[in-house]
Design a protein around this ligand. Structure first.
Ligand SMILES: C[S@@+](CC[C@H](N)C(=O)[O-])C[C@H]1O[C@@H](n2cnc3c(N)ncnc32)[C@H](O)[C@@H]1O
Length: 344
């Protein structure tokens, strides 16, 4: 914004502003709406007690549709993803301690920061990134003084807001940036005090698929070239070459959502390769079906399976087989070993 204003030419700057917005924001309206979808689906599952999240209530009112019931397969899928991601992040924080840094790309209205804090996790910095329209809305919703729990009371310092789209509050930061604009992203990330020398975990849940593989590869290279101790968790589609995946894609297309990054989601190998091409040394990838059946807490699985009756297990297994978690680790010269962090 500042550089446009500096041109001293109202017309030129508004034309440039308009073009930039249309290239990087307005055209992505449908992509930003996927955050509403995710929040509504999580809310529906939380209402049925698949897991506890007293924080999501703040954000559900920022979504356009009133949440309605989801199919049990969808709620089980969201439960499995939430449990697996939480477990990996918690292990990272326990391993690293208070210097741990976390960056959540395309964070949307995710509540992981608050869920970790509620569990007593202590980390150095948690930074969320999303489009400006999403971060502005999230900031407005999280500052709501009439709702409990008071989300701002979890921050380690008093919050400071800038341009309504960015907020800095000690260990919590939320910044607006198009993840395809690496210069802007770099500036925004380093204004939070992100430290190149300290261990970093990058979370990307259903984000890379909305950009081309070349763009997500460049984004990942930004992290491997700037941080020695960096690990990524990517939750995304996989096995996207069969009939089931065709139905998923058509469904998204009919809602105006295209998936430019789908080629990386063809199979487990293509998911792996992008990370190897981006400078990561170790890459593990598991389908959600494997995670659900083999890794997640059996007592918890038994509990959530009692919440809603599933007459046909095959559909759940098919759905879970089309999502995966990738954990990529760059370990060159690293004193820390992130290799054995797995979903539990
Ligand atoms: C499907 S939602 C997932 C939200 C959250 N990660 C979760 O799991 O609930 C995808 C999010 O990525 C964001 N996103 C997609 N492409 C982006 C980009 N190029 N720059 C910034 N944010 C982006 C969207 O705005 C949206 O909030």
């Amino acid at each position: 914004m500042e550089s446009e204003a500096d041109l001293g030419d109202g017309l030129l700057s508004s034309t440039i502003g308009c073009r930039r917005r249309s290239a990087s924001v307005s055209d992505d309206y449908s992509v930003q709406k996927t955050n509403d979808d995710a929040t509504e689906s999580k809310y529906a599952a939380i209402q049925l007690k698949y897991w506890e999240d007293p924080f999501i209530d703040h954000f559900i009112h920022g979504c356009n549709d009133m949440p309605h019931r989801r199919d049990p397969e969808i709620s089980r899928g969201y439960w499995a993803r939430t449990a697996a991601v939480f477990s990996i992040v918690e292990q990272f924080v326990e391993k690293v301690g208070p210097s741990a840094q976390i960056v959540s790309l395309g964070a949307g209205f995710d509540t992981l920061y608050w869920r970790l804090k509620q569990k007593g996790c202590n980390f150095g910095r948690y930074i969320e990134v999303d489009f400006a329209s999403v971060t502005a809305k999230k900031i407005r919703l999280l500052r709501n003084p009439h709702k409990t729990p008071d989300l701002a009371s979890f921050f380690s310092e008093k919050l400071a807001e800038s341009h309504h789209t960015d907020l800095h509050a000690g260990d919590y930061h939320i910044v607006a940036s198009d993840l395809r604009q690496l210069k802007e992203l770099e500036t925004k990330l380093f204004t939070t005090g992100l430290n190149k020398a300290e261990p970093l975990l990058v979370i990307a849940e259903c984000v890379f698929v909305y950009m081309t593989v070349a763009q997500s590869t460049e984004l990942l290279k930004f992290f491997t070239s700037n941080f020695q101790n960096v690990s990524v968790i990517n939750y995304e589609q996989v096995n996207m070459t069969d009939k089931f995946s065709q139905i998923m894609t058509n469904n998204l297309n009919s809602r105006g959502i295209v998936l430019p990054g789908i080629t990386a989601c063809e199979n487990l190998e293509t998911q792996k390769q992008r990370f190897l091409d981006s400078g990561f040394d170790y890459v593990h990838v598991w389908t959600m079906d494997k995670i659900y059946r083999e890794f997640l807490d059996k007592i918890e699985v038994a509990r959530i399976e009692k919440i809603e009756f599933l007459d046909e297990k095959e559909l759940l297994s098919q759905l879970l087989d089309h999502y995966c978690i990738v954990n990529a680790v760059k370990e060159a010269n690293s004193k820390l070993d992130f290799k054995n962090i797995t979903p539990k």
